[in-house]
Ligand binder design. Structure first.
Ligand code: FE2
Length: 214
């Protein structure tokens, strides 16, 4: 969770350029590491499923639960100055346990799509910037060019700070180091900011993933 172990750095806004061209620190204003932008990929569902609530493991009106390991993903949405972004809209979309997306462009025939999996969800962050989803750990999948490590796509929209599109990775996942999109993240700070933290405890694995908009 970024707001308790956040790396401290000076933001670009924390620097001023004086008339002589020297860059000096204006003030020791701490800021959070922005969550890095990542591609939305080809499978953002422009045609939304009917059910878009925070529980992707069940589709409203049905009794069955999606296949796969149930997990919880939650966190808070912040500005780089550490202000909670109340009201931000947080969307996620991801592959099911067979590596399939709900989007109609996913025409993979390697595995059937799990019809019980919602595949997409959208919530509005609370007054403290908090959001939460219940979902399943996505499977890896083959793009035809490379194999993707398990990941969850995020899009966050805030009235004043605009939009962030990114991907969340799982800590300790060996495939991360072979994933071209993960490896495109520049440096450990960015990779850390794009990786969830596993919280200790019993029950379904609970991951924390904070989102910081620049
Ligand atoms: Fe993806």
């Amino acid at each position: 969770m970024r707001h308790w172990v956040q790396d401290i750095l000076f933001s670009r806004r924390g620097l001023i350029v004086c008339a002589a061209g020297l860059v000096v620190a204006k003030a020791a204003r701490a800021s959070l590491t922005p969550t890095p932008d990542q591609t939305a990929g080809p499978y953002y569902p422009h045609i939304r499923p009917q059910d878009i609530d925070m529980d992707l493991t069940r589709i409203s009106g049905t009794d069955s639960q999606a296949a796969g390991q149930v997990i919880e993903v939650s966190g808070r949405v912040f500005s780089v100055k550490g202000h909670a972004l109340s009201g931000a809209v947080v969307e996620i979309w991801q592959a099911d346990t067979n590596g399939r997306y709900i989007d109609i462009k996913d025409k993979s025939v390697s595995a059937p799509r799990d019809q019980r999996f919602q595949g997409y969800g959208a919530v509005r962050a609370g007054a403290d910037g908090a959001y939460r989803f219940r979902t399943i750990r996505p499977a890896s999948y083959d793009t035809g060019f490379s194999k993707r490590t398990p990941h969850i796509h995020f899009r966050v929209k805030h009235q004043k700070l605009g939009e962030l599109v990114t991907q969340m990775y799982f800590p300790g996942e060996a495939m991360n180091k072979q994933d071209a999109v993960y490896l495109a993240l520049s440096g450990n700070l960015a990779r850390d900011a794009a990786t969830a933290r596993l919280r200790p405890g019993n029950g379904p694995p609970r991951y924390t993933f904070d989102l910081v908009l620049d």
